[in-house]
Design a binder for this molecule. Structure first.
Ligand code: PEP
Length: 268
């Protein structure tokens, strides 16, 4: 069975003290043995990375940052560079979240620069892509997200793309008021992303789903063969919520034995 990813991004939430409590609580609640079939991660704000790293200790939880600048250093007031993040021992860096695209004017071109910088520094980029409600209504969801994937990975070697993760996060599905994608709707977009990745020479890049994942819908989404992981916001902002979701998904997936490639051929 290929690795299934389950992670949470905290956005602009949690102080250092709250982070310490969260990680300690999560460690206490995680199943005794997290098998190698799972990769778990948390993405706190920059200010809590050091505390999170220390609190994680030897627990099987990867650590990510929510953004980074593409330059090594320079006159970019308020920004954080890859060398700064290296000091925290991060594993992942989330890039291109729709909130960054919308509120901070991130473009496909700057996201591409960030992906390249992250790879240079040995971080695994978690590229977020998403369709708007208008694109969805026009039946253009798959085309919109495939375009974002291609532009983010433009100029990368196959081996570099293979070190990335993609998260499909419909803009209409995330955050307060978001409506989670139905599993079959997410499936269509995930298959389109997998096809594009295959064309780019990187067929084994995991494609996670994010957007109003919760305890009620996580199992159905995780049961979709083209979905290689879940990227969770609000439902995992308490350690109890995250641990429950992990346990439920693990229990539900016990009998699933297929790779993304097998899933794609099963879907047709
Ligand atoms: C997100 O914004 O990346 C996200 C997944 O949020 P939520 O699960 O709260 O919709």
């Amino acid at each position: 069975m290929s690795t299934f990813w389950i992670g949470t991004g905290w956005k602009m939430n949690k102080t250092v003290a709250e982070t310490r409590r969260y990680v300690a609580d999560l460690r206490a609640r995680l199943p005794g043995e997290v098998s190698a079939d799972y990769a778990l991660f948390i993405i706190p704000p920059f200010t809590a990375l050091a505390a999170a790293r220390e609190a994680i200790g030897a627990a099987p939880v990867l650590l990510g940052a929510q953004n980074m600048h593409w330059a090594e250093a320079g006159a970019y007031t308020g920004e954080i560079s890859a060398p700064m993040l290296e000091e925290f021992g991060i594993d992942l860096v989330e890039l291109g979240h729709s909130e960054r695209r919308e509120y901070f004017a991130e473009t496909d071109a700057t996201i591409n620069l960030k992906v390249k910088a992250a790879l240079r520094h040995g971080f695994r980029p978690l590229l977020c892509v998403g369709d708007s409600a208008e694109e969805r209504a026009a039946g253009a969801s798959a085309a919109a997200v495939v375009r974002q994937v291609r532009l983010a990975f433009a100029g990368l070697a196959k081996g570099e793309i293979n070190r990335c993760l993609v998260a499909y996060e419909p803009i209409w599905a995330i955050g307060e008021g978001g409506v989670p994608a139905r599993p079959e709707e997410a499936r269509c977009v995930h298959v389109a992303i997998h096809v594009a990745l295959k064309e780019l020479g990187a067929p084994s890049v995991p494609v996670l789903y994010g957007g109003s994942v919760n305890l009620d819908n996580a199992m159905a989404l995780a049961g979709e063969p083209a979905i290689d992981g879940l990227f969770v916001g609000r439902a995992a902002w308490s350690a109890e919520g995250f641990a429950s979701l992990i346990s439920k998904v693990m229990a539900a997936r016990k009998n699933i034995r297929s790779t993304p490639a097998e899933a794609m051929s099963a879907i047709g």
